[in-house]
Design a protein around this ligand. Structure first.
Ligand code: ATP
Ligand code: DNN
Ligand code: MG
Length: 239
């Protein structure tokens, strides 16, 4: 089994797509392989101070051996730049994200950086994105995507945006795969690389986040391809 090290940015085709759950699975695989892991939720929006956000969800699923951190949070469930402006709070831009990730990387084998929403969501008034942070870090990007009808276009657009910025994709991961995939999903999985330009490197079952955490950690390698630290392979989806 190979795996991940250094800094990896976990982005996706949009919000509520399974980035946090996929991040927890990536972290769990690396911990199982004996690596020290930190997860940085760059900016959390839509969660009040003291409430559990994405970092807490990663800690719950991936376990106490994973260091979790968050740079800032803003109360309204909006893009970070918008939420910061409306709250009258300082922006957290790509350079801040890169600096925080580098600090964590000095003390961990693997740092996973989760953005907010998709790749081009704005973090500051200058329009800085998590793609800019990935560039500053020279970090590969994992693209978490939906499985069903419409995902091929959204994933291909994300692939183009990565390519235009000279960024490397570490693989696309389906964030939540139904137990009984419909026709579009089966066809999407079969055509993924050809249609999107990104290699498919895993798929989390839709029940993953509801599993008891110990079971989540034990099962995570089944959901991620060897290049992401697991043993997943695409079974014939019948598309
Ligand atoms: N594989 C899965 N199993 C169970 N629940 C899932 C799975 N994938 C996503 N979910 C649920 O869907 C919701 C959105 O997932 P998640 O929080 O990972 O999205 P996200 O892409 O990280 O969104 P954001 O942009 O807000 O960070 C959550 O309530 C999560 O528990
Ligand atoms: C609040 C939400 N869950 C995310 N944290 C932020 C998503 C911003 C998406 C912006 C957009 O693409 O329209
Ligand atoms: Mg998230």
């Amino acid at each position: 089994m190979s795996g991940t090290e250094g800094v990896l940015v976990v982005s996706g085709t949009g919000t509520e797509i399974g980035k946090t759950v996929a991040t927890a699975a990536l972290a769990a695989c690396a911990v199982r392989d004996g690596r020290s892991v930190a997860v940085l939720k760059a900016v959390q929006t839509g969660v009040a101070q003291g409430e559990p956000g994405d970092a807490a969800e990663v800690a719950r699923l991936a376990g106490p051996r994973v260091t979790v951190a968050e740079i800032a949070r803003y109360p309204e469930p909006l893009a970070p730049a918008t939420a910061a402006r409306r709250a009258g709070l300082p922006y957290v831009g790509p350079a801040d994200i890169a600096e925080a990730a580098e600090k964590l990387a000095a003390a961990h084998d693997l740092v996973l950086v989760e953005g907010a929403g998709g790749l081009l969501v704005r973090f500051d008034a200058a329009g800085g994105t998590v793609a800019d942070a990935a560039r500053a870090l020279a970090a590969p990007v994992v693209v978490v995507a939906a499985p069903g009808l419409g995902t091929l276009n959204a994933t291909a657009l994300t692939a183009e945006a990565l390519g235009a910025r000279g960024l490397t994709c570490a693989g696309a991961v389906v964030g939540s795969l139904p137990a009984t995939p419909d026709l579009a999903t089966r066809c999407n999985l079969a055509e993924w690389q050809e249609a999107t330009g990104l290699p498919l490197a895993g798929a989390l079952p839709e029940r993953a986040a509801a599993l008891p955490p110990a079971r989540f950690r034990a099962s995570a390698p089944e959901w991620l391809a060897p290049e992401l630290g697991g043993v997943w392979r695409l079974a014939d989806p019948g598309g």
